[in-house]
Write a new protein. Structure first.
Length: 194
Protein backbone atom coordinates (compact mmCIF):
# COMPACT_ATOMS: atom_id res chain seq x y z
CA UNK A 1 0.00 0.00 0.00
CA UNK A 2 1.40 3.39 -1.01
CA UNK A 3 0.77 6.82 0.47
CA UNK A 4 -1.49 7.43 -2.55
CA UNK A 5 -3.98 4.82 -1.32
CA UNK A 6 -5.76 5.00 2.01
CA UNK A 7 -7.91 2.47 3.83
CA UNK A 8 -11.22 4.12 4.67
CA UNK A 9 -13.29 3.65 7.83
CA UNK A 10 -15.19 0.92 5.97
CA UNK A 11 -11.96 -1.03 5.31
CA UNK A 12 -11.90 -0.18 1.59
CA UNK A 13 -8.71 0.95 -0.16
CA UNK A 14 -9.30 4.21 -2.02
CA UNK A 15 -7.31 6.97 -3.67
CA UNK A 16 -5.85 8.93 -0.73
CA UNK A 17 -7.37 12.26 -1.85
CA UNK A 18 -10.75 10.98 -0.65
CA UNK A 19 -9.78 11.20 3.02
CA UNK A 20 -12.59 10.56 5.49
CA UNK A 21 -15.29 12.79 4.01
CA UNK A 22 -18.42 10.67 3.32
CA UNK A 23 -19.43 12.77 0.29
CA UNK A 24 -15.95 12.46 -1.22
CA UNK A 25 -16.10 8.66 -0.64
CA UNK A 26 -19.47 8.45 -2.38
CA UNK A 27 -18.26 10.61 -5.28
CA UNK A 28 -15.04 8.60 -5.64
CA UNK A 29 -16.84 5.26 -5.50
CA UNK A 30 -19.88 6.08 -7.65
CA UNK A 31 -18.88 8.84 -10.08
CA UNK A 32 -15.22 9.74 -10.51
CA UNK A 33 -13.69 7.84 -13.42
CA UNK A 34 -16.95 6.26 -14.59
CA UNK A 35 -18.01 7.03 -18.15
CA UNK A 36 -20.57 9.84 -18.25
CA UNK A 37 -22.62 10.42 -21.39
CA UNK A 38 -25.35 12.80 -22.48
CA UNK A 39 -25.32 16.42 -23.55
CA UNK A 40 -26.91 17.75 -20.37
CA UNK A 41 -24.78 15.72 -17.90
CA UNK A 42 -21.61 16.74 -19.71
CA UNK A 43 -22.73 20.36 -19.87
CA UNK A 44 -23.34 20.22 -16.10
CA UNK A 45 -19.92 18.66 -15.55
CA UNK A 46 -18.24 21.30 -17.71
CA UNK A 47 -20.08 24.08 -15.88
CA UNK A 48 -19.25 22.77 -12.42
CA UNK A 49 -15.61 22.20 -13.34
CA UNK A 50 -15.53 25.84 -14.45
CA UNK A 51 -16.95 26.95 -11.12
CA UNK A 52 -14.39 24.76 -9.32
CA UNK A 53 -11.39 26.56 -10.85
CA UNK A 54 -9.38 27.91 -7.92
CA UNK A 55 -11.46 26.02 -5.32
CA UNK A 56 -11.58 22.50 -3.91
CA UNK A 57 -13.88 19.99 -5.59
CA UNK A 58 -15.52 19.12 -2.26
CA UNK A 59 -16.82 22.70 -2.13
CA UNK A 60 -18.54 22.13 -5.47
CA UNK A 61 -19.90 18.73 -4.41
CA UNK A 62 -21.45 20.21 -1.29
CA UNK A 63 -23.03 23.01 -3.32
CA UNK A 64 -24.04 20.85 -6.29
CA UNK A 65 -27.67 20.33 -5.20
CA UNK A 66 -28.18 24.09 -4.98
CA UNK A 67 -26.34 24.64 -8.27
CA UNK A 68 -28.79 22.21 -9.88
CA UNK A 69 -31.74 24.14 -8.46
CA UNK A 70 -30.43 27.57 -9.42
CA UNK A 71 -29.34 26.45 -12.90
CA UNK A 72 -32.59 24.60 -13.73
CA UNK A 73 -31.03 21.15 -13.68
CA UNK A 74 -28.40 22.46 -16.11
CA UNK A 75 -30.94 22.53 -18.93
CA UNK A 76 -29.17 24.63 -21.57
CA UNK A 77 -32.47 25.82 -23.10
CA UNK A 78 -33.60 27.29 -19.77
CA UNK A 79 -30.19 28.72 -18.80
CA UNK A 80 -29.73 30.32 -22.23
CA UNK A 81 -32.74 32.56 -21.50
CA UNK A 82 -31.38 33.83 -18.17
CA UNK A 83 -31.15 37.61 -18.03
CA UNK A 84 -29.52 40.25 -15.84
CA UNK A 85 -32.16 39.73 -13.15
CA UNK A 86 -31.28 36.04 -12.98
CA UNK A 87 -27.59 36.90 -12.71
CA UNK A 88 -28.27 39.27 -9.81
CA UNK A 89 -30.44 36.64 -8.10
CA UNK A 90 -27.61 34.11 -8.40
CA UNK A 91 -25.04 36.62 -7.17
CA UNK A 92 -27.10 36.91 -3.98
CA UNK A 93 -27.39 33.13 -3.49
CA UNK A 94 -24.86 31.89 -0.92
CA UNK A 95 -25.73 28.30 -1.91
CA UNK A 96 -23.58 28.55 -5.03
CA UNK A 97 -20.21 30.05 -5.97
CA UNK A 98 -21.03 33.73 -6.48
CA UNK A 99 -18.61 34.57 -9.25
CA UNK A 100 -20.18 36.83 -11.88
CA UNK A 101 -17.75 35.82 -14.64
CA UNK A 102 -18.42 32.12 -14.08
CA UNK A 103 -22.20 32.65 -13.93
CA UNK A 104 -22.12 34.68 -17.14
CA UNK A 105 -19.90 32.05 -18.79
CA UNK A 106 -22.38 29.31 -17.88
CA UNK A 107 -25.20 31.28 -19.51
CA UNK A 108 -23.09 32.04 -22.58
CA UNK A 109 -22.03 28.38 -22.82
CA UNK A 110 -25.70 27.31 -22.59
CA UNK A 111 -26.52 29.62 -25.50
CA UNK A 112 -23.82 27.88 -27.54
CA UNK A 113 -25.33 24.50 -26.66
CA UNK A 114 -28.60 25.52 -28.33
CA UNK A 115 -26.89 25.46 -31.72
CA UNK A 116 -25.93 21.79 -31.35
CA UNK A 117 -27.94 18.75 -32.40
CA UNK A 118 -28.99 16.21 -29.79
CA UNK A 119 -25.96 14.08 -28.90
CA UNK A 120 -23.52 16.35 -30.72
CA UNK A 121 -21.94 17.74 -27.55
CA UNK A 122 -21.50 14.24 -26.09
CA UNK A 123 -19.84 13.00 -29.28
CA UNK A 124 -17.67 16.11 -29.49
CA UNK A 125 -16.44 15.83 -25.89
CA UNK A 126 -15.80 12.09 -26.09
CA UNK A 127 -13.87 12.52 -29.34
CA UNK A 128 -11.00 13.81 -27.18
CA UNK A 129 -10.86 10.74 -24.92
CA UNK A 130 -7.54 8.98 -25.46
CA UNK A 131 -7.94 5.55 -27.07
CA UNK A 132 -5.70 4.06 -24.38
CA UNK A 133 -4.18 5.30 -21.17
CA UNK A 134 -1.86 3.93 -18.56
CA UNK A 135 -3.10 3.48 -15.01
CA UNK A 136 -1.12 5.74 -12.68
CA UNK A 137 0.87 3.94 -9.99
CA UNK A 138 0.88 7.10 -7.86
CA UNK A 139 -0.60 10.58 -8.07
CA UNK A 140 2.82 11.83 -9.12
CA UNK A 141 2.09 9.97 -12.39
CA UNK A 142 -1.12 11.97 -12.99
CA UNK A 143 -0.68 14.99 -15.21
CA UNK A 144 -2.55 18.27 -14.72
CA UNK A 145 -3.03 18.52 -18.49
CA UNK A 146 -2.54 16.25 -21.47
CA UNK A 147 -2.38 16.67 -25.23
CA UNK A 148 -6.03 15.59 -25.30
CA UNK A 149 -7.17 18.13 -22.70
CA UNK A 150 -5.18 20.81 -24.53
CA UNK A 151 -6.97 19.91 -27.77
CA UNK A 152 -10.39 19.79 -26.06
CA UNK A 153 -9.82 23.17 -24.47
CA UNK A 154 -8.65 24.73 -27.71
CA UNK A 155 -11.59 23.31 -29.69
CA UNK A 156 -14.13 24.48 -27.08
CA UNK A 157 -12.61 27.97 -26.95
CA UNK A 158 -12.67 28.12 -30.76
CA UNK A 159 -16.42 27.45 -30.57
CA UNK A 160 -16.78 30.29 -28.05
CA UNK A 161 -17.02 28.33 -24.77
CA UNK A 162 -15.54 29.97 -21.67
CA UNK A 163 -13.89 28.68 -18.48
CA UNK A 164 -12.68 25.62 -20.35
CA UNK A 165 -8.90 25.76 -19.83
CA UNK A 166 -6.82 22.63 -20.28
CA UNK A 167 -6.47 21.90 -16.55
CA UNK A 168 -10.22 22.29 -16.07
CA UNK A 169 -10.90 20.04 -19.05
CA UNK A 170 -8.51 17.37 -17.78
CA UNK A 171 -10.42 17.40 -14.49
CA UNK A 172 -13.61 16.92 -16.53
CA UNK A 173 -11.99 14.04 -18.42
CA UNK A 174 -11.10 12.37 -15.10
CA UNK A 175 -14.49 13.02 -13.58
CA UNK A 176 -16.45 11.90 -16.65
CA UNK A 177 -14.43 8.71 -17.10
CA UNK A 178 -12.74 9.72 -20.36
CA UNK A 179 -9.61 8.74 -18.45
CA UNK A 180 -9.47 6.66 -15.29
CA UNK A 181 -6.87 7.97 -12.87
CA UNK A 182 -7.70 5.74 -9.91
CA UNK A 183 -4.24 4.76 -8.72
CA UNK A 184 -2.98 1.22 -8.40
CA UNK A 185 -4.22 -0.32 -5.16
CA UNK A 186 -7.51 1.59 -5.14
CA UNK A 187 -10.50 -0.75 -5.30
CA UNK A 188 -11.91 1.25 -8.24
CA UNK A 189 -8.74 0.58 -10.25
CA UNK A 190 -9.85 -3.04 -10.56
CA UNK A 191 -13.60 -2.41 -10.81
CA UNK A 192 -15.55 -2.37 -14.08
CA UNK A 193 -15.79 1.16 -15.55
CA UNK A 194 -19.57 1.16 -16.19
Amino acid sequence: MTADVRIGPDGTARCAWVGDDPEYRRYHDEEWGRPLHGDRPLFEKMSLEGFQAGLSWITILRKRPRFREVFAGFDPAVIAAFDQGDIERMMADAGIIRNRLKIEATISNAQLMLGLDDGEFDAFMWSFAPPTWRRPATFADVAATTAESDAMSKALRKRGFRFVGSTTMYALMQSAGMVDDHVEGCWRADAPRH
